[in-house]
Structure formats: C-alpha cells, structure tokens
Design a binder for this molecule. Sequence first.
Ligand SMILES: C[S@@+](CC[C@H](N)C(=O)[O-])C[C@H]1O[C@@H](n2cnc3c(N)ncnc32)[C@H](O)[C@@H]1O
Length: 231
Amino acid sequence: MLPLSTDGAFREIKSYVLRAGRSTAAQERAYAALSEKFILPFTPDPINFSAVFGNTRPVTAEIGFGMGIATAIIAGANPGKNYLGIEVHRPGIGRLLWEIERRSLTNIRIIEHDAVEVFARMIPNGSLEGIHIFFPDPWPKKRHHKRRLIKRPFTETLAQKLKDGAYLYMVTDWEDYALWALAELCATSGLSNTYQDFAPPQSWRPETKFERKGLAKNHVVRELLFTTKDM
Ligand SMILES: C[S@@+](CC[C@H](N)C(=O)[O-])C[C@H]1O[C@@H](n2cnc3c(N)ncnc32)[C@H](O)[C@@H]1O
C-alpha cells in the first residue's frame, strides 16, 4: 500500500526533522565534486538498477545512513554487491561521498530524499536483496510515535520491494522502539522473523555513530532480522 492520503498527496508526517548541522568544508567539497556521479535524483518512476550501477549485481538499500561510515565499510567489504543509501541530512551525504572517494568505492549510489517516497515511487517490487535500517530516529515521546519509520503500512511496502529470500535488518538502542518494531514487523504480511524475537548481533555490521551514543548511555542494542516468506 502506498503512503498516500486520500487526495493523492504524500503524507505530511515525516519520520525526520531536517537538522540544522552545517557541512564541513570537506563535506561541501565532496558534495560539489561527486554528487553528479553518485546521487540519483528523486523521480516518480521506478529505477532501473542495472542501468544505474552498470551491472546486475544484487542491491541492498539503506534508510537513514547518517554519516555513512558503516555504509562505506559494508560496501567496501562487498565489492560484488550494490548499495543504495537514502538520506535527507546533507552533511551526512557529503560525508558518505567523501568516504566513497577515499575508499575508491564504485558500488554505492545515494538518493537525497524522504525514503518513504523513494520506496513508494522508485524501488521496483521484488528488486532488493536487503534493507538496512540502523538506529532510526526513535521518537520516544508517545505523541511522536506516529513519526516512527518502522510501522505499517510502510513495512508492507518494504516487504514488497524485497526479492524472495531477501532480508530486512533493523537495529535500535531504544527498547520501546525495538518492541514496537518487533510487533509491527511480525504483523507485516510477507515478512517472517528469522529468530524467536530479537536476533543475535550480526558480526559483519560495523558500529555506527548513533550506536556509540546509545552505548554511552548504557542502552541495550536490539537487532531485528526478518526475511521474506512465501505467500
Ligand atoms: C538517528 S540517525 C541514525 C544514523 C545512522 N544510521 C547511525 O546509526 O549513526 C537517523 C537518520 O535517519 C535519517 N532519516 C530519518 N527518516 C528518514 C527518511 N524518511 N528518509 C531518509 N532518511 C531519513 C535522518 O536524517 C538521520 O540521519
């Protein structure tokens, strides 16, 4: 189901508030020099992944990569796979572009736009090998829960975009959001939990900036790993 309101407009309640943080000079330079090569414009039409990446290797999408260091490490460790990072925070996009250049990565593309709209419009059904969502904004106050990204019907849309046997991997350090997401994902048709409840830590996932912040506050990190199920 598309996250459209009855008048066809995209929903106004966003899962993010654009942060005021300024880009560093290095991030600005990387953005100016590399955006044309690595940033895909938002369009209302489905992406042709083989045309965009120049190959037919499997594609994993990441929502909200923040500064993108984990994205760059994962892409660098998996040159036989493609990665699509979706983020709205300009300094973070500049930082990932800087990492792409520094590590000579060719298997990442970025979309600077609301992931909810990107998934509704641009990601073809059954096209992704994986979806990564690391430390999504927790929106801990009850009146803000409606802003949480991991909820139906968006999780139904995410499931539709995965290939058979593909996975959705979410990690959070907010216990209340972890339990919320577990319930939402379990109730999502087309997804099946790989574990009884939370998954064990996946050793290949690099630590992220927001993970470090959570651990400094003694938060427990919860991992959720779901795969597509036969309907
Ligand atoms: C709490 S930060 C986590 C960043 C990073 N994954 C980490 O672990 O350090 C959440 C990020 O998700 C991004 N975000 C939230 N909602 C989004 C959306 N609908 N589309 C794209 N990015 C989004 C925010 O801009 C922010 O950078």
